[in-house]
Ligand binder design. Structure first.
Ligand code: NAD
Length: 386
């Protein structure tokens, strides 16, 4: 069994280390900060103990998993690894320099993977002489619990490295989807309107935060409302992803960030982690009541869902991923109640087009342009499935 290197012992790195060790690999978890390694070690020990308490693991298995994770302060140990997965700070300059260093250490056939959420895999791979061994392997947070992993071959990545990566991650019990090396890959691109359109509805004053969240959960069937979810992710992080995707798409208005979220982030209203975001999380705080107006609720859900469908259709149109992978990514990566393309069929493709066109006519903004694929399918009476 190959040895696995994990670079960066933060939230993602420690989760990925746990997944690989659980699958039976010896894992070398490296971080430049000693405290990060100590924290990761304590956190992993706690998680494994909890799994034993809950009866999900027996004690010897938990001990064996923990025993397979080595917390290392020197990257030289990577000379024994068959794959190294990088999960350090989201900074292209730093990632490129780390990949360059890694290449001097690892064996010739070692796969070099990045867990980046938003950077170009081609740019990271360009730091390596043997760029064909570099690939994106994007886990979701928390890595041990989230089933989905996006696999992103860069234009330089070899077919063999792509196949080996998919096989390995599936052996770890994950569901893989293949995504083109484009901003946000599948999930972080297709999910943008879930936040962006909710914020737009709020900014227009059509409904308040509690009402939008109520509509999306009670009527839409989503596990969490957009504002609850943004507070959970952190407004700083969610804003940054939106801004990165917006810039990476050459300022396409479809991905335009909201000033409301920017101001929350600037004010330090980051969400749960800071005790305040769209909601106040202090113990004595009053929970805002939604206006449970069904007609308004359906309007909100319809508008956000049709924008999500449009985004999913466009991702398919531009070959970011296959139909099945796009639907699975949204169901398993962000727990949507159903795949968006399946949802489009249920709603009716013509209906989706006419809803997009209505929004476009009302606002005359390019943000609401209908995907060419949806329009073509409506004209030809086609469906995504069957
Ligand atoms: N947090 C998420 O929800 C999430 C989800 C998917 C992907 N990602 C991606 O995973 C990566 C890591 O994110 P995170 O949330 O775990 O970050 P984090 O801040 O929790 O951890 C990053 C760790 O990397 C270490 N580090 C920084 N520079 C280093 C270097 N040169 N060498 C070794 N270690 C270094 C830091 O000390 C820190 O411990 C990023 O690329 C991020 O975009 C994050």
């Amino acid at each position: 069994m190959i040895k696995v290197g994990v670079l960066g012992a933060g939230s993602m790195g420690s989760g990925i280390a746990q997944v690989a060790a659980t699958a039976g690999h010896e894992v070398y978890l490296f971080d430049t900060k000693k405290e990060a390694l100590q924290k990761a070690s304590q956190k992993l020990q706690k998680i494994l103990n909890r799994l034993v308490e809950k009866g999900r693991l027996d004690d010897p298995t938990a001990k064996a998993i923990f025993g397979r994770i080595y917390f290392v302060e020197n990257m030289q140990i990577y000379k024994e690894c068959g794959i190294v997965i990088e999960a350090i700070i989201e900074d292209i300059g730093i990632k490129k320099s780390v990949f360059k260093q890694l290449e001097d250490i690892v064996p010739k056939n070692c796969i070099l993977a990045s867990n980046t959420s938003s950077l170009s895999i081609a740019a990271i791979a360009s730091a390596c002489q043997e760029a064909s061994r570099v690939i994106g392997i994007h886990f979701f947070n928390p890595a041990p619990l989230m089933k989905l992993v996006e696999i992103i071959p860069a234009i330089q990545t070899s077919e063999a490295v792509k196949k080996e990566s998919v096989a390995l991650i599936e052996k770890w019990g994950k569901l893989t989807v293949l995504a083109k090396d484009t901003p946000g890959f599948i999930v972080n691109r297709v999910a943008r309107p879930f936040y962006g359109e909710a914020l737009r509805i709020l900014d227009e004053g059509l409904a308040d935060v509690a009402t939008i969240d109520w509509a999306m959960t009670e009527i839409g069937g989503f596990r969490m409302g957009p504002f609850t979810l943004m507070d959970y992710i952190g407004n700083d992080i969610n804003y940054k992803v939106t801004e990165t995707v917006f810039k990476a798409f050459y300022y396409d208005p479809r991905y335009k960030p909201s000033f409301t979220q920017k101001r929350l982030s600037e004010a330090g209203y980051l969400g749960r982690k800071s005790g305040r975001g769209y909601y106040n999380y202090q113990e004595d705080a009053n929970k805002p009541e939604p206006t449970k107006d069904k007609e308004l609720g359906h309007k909100i859900v319809d508008r956000i869902v049709v924008m999500l469908i449009n985004e999913a259709a466009d991702a398919l149109y531009l070959n970011v991923a296959s139909r099945d992978d796009i639907d699975m990514a949204m169901e398993k990566g962000v727990n949507y109640p159903k795949g968006l393309l399946k949802w489009a069929d249920e709603k009716g493709i013509k209906q989706c087009v006419s809803k997009m066109d209505n929004l476009h006519q009302e606002y005359l903004e390019d943000r609401y342009r209908c995907s060419s694929l949806l329009r073509r399918m409506a004209r030809d009476g086609e469906k995504f499935y069957g």
